[in-house]
Design a protein around this ligand. Sequence first.
Ligand code: HEM
Length: 260
Amino acid sequence: MTTLATDAPPSPPAGPSRSARRRRRATARVGWLAVLLMSLTIVAYSAVPYLMGTLEQLDPDRAPLAPAYSHTPAVVQVAFVVHIVGAAVALFVGPVQFWAASRRRFPGLHRWLGRTYLVGVGVGGIASLIMAPYNTAGMIGFLGFGTLGALWVWTGWRAYRAIRTGDVRSHQAWMIRNFSLTFGAVMLRTWTGTLVAAQAFAAGDGFDFEAAFENAYNAVTFLAWVPNLLIAEWMIRRRGLPSLQIVDPSARVAQSSERR
Ligand code: HEM
């Protein structure tokens, strides 16, 4: 018996197979869990100890930058504490926002946590720009942390603008970029430990902790966030989200309609 073309079993859909998609989803879930745990660890171990007293009272072993900032002008001391609170809120809330199931099931919660996250980024970012000239790494820290702070506020603003104009896909892309910068707080500590350990391994008996820490800290002023941003851009392209546009398209539309 001949089989009509319409009776033939449907050809498999183009693109990755079901098992490949399942594997990709499982990898994404493990990655997300790792990001969540690392973020919570840094909030608990790096940020919370700074909230246990005044800068003069804090234990330098738990809050190592407290002595340095206790000698800065009052406005910088306030910015330092405000930075830690705002940035810690962003790092705490950020990973939850990338949990797709929670976005679908509780869109109201996603909106409120999103606002909380962006307030944390705005407040923490502006405070970081006030602190940047006083940072303990000098000129390289001023350039590295200063650029990071400016990009942090700008990408947060672009993510907010995108969602206010209903452009969900651009919002997702800007939020991926923004959180990759927030995650710089985790990578800063990870890279510092790794670079100090690598120098200890290379130097053997002649290891000088102070010098190794200074080398590592100078490097992480950029290393903490530049690779994150490149990975974010790669993730954005892989998901088919809009690639980087420096000028806000909604601002361009508004300008051209004003001219008319
Ligand atoms: C992404 C943008 C960020 C910028 C531009 C930034 C900038 C800075 C700067 C300039 C310092 C002082 C460094 C020094 O003087 O050596 C600092 C310290 C600190 N920041 Fe941030 N930061 C950012 C994100 C975060 C996040 C997300 C957290 C969340 C935990 C955080 C928590 C802290 C803490 C706890 C300190 C005190 C230093 C320590 O003990 O590690 N920052 N930040």
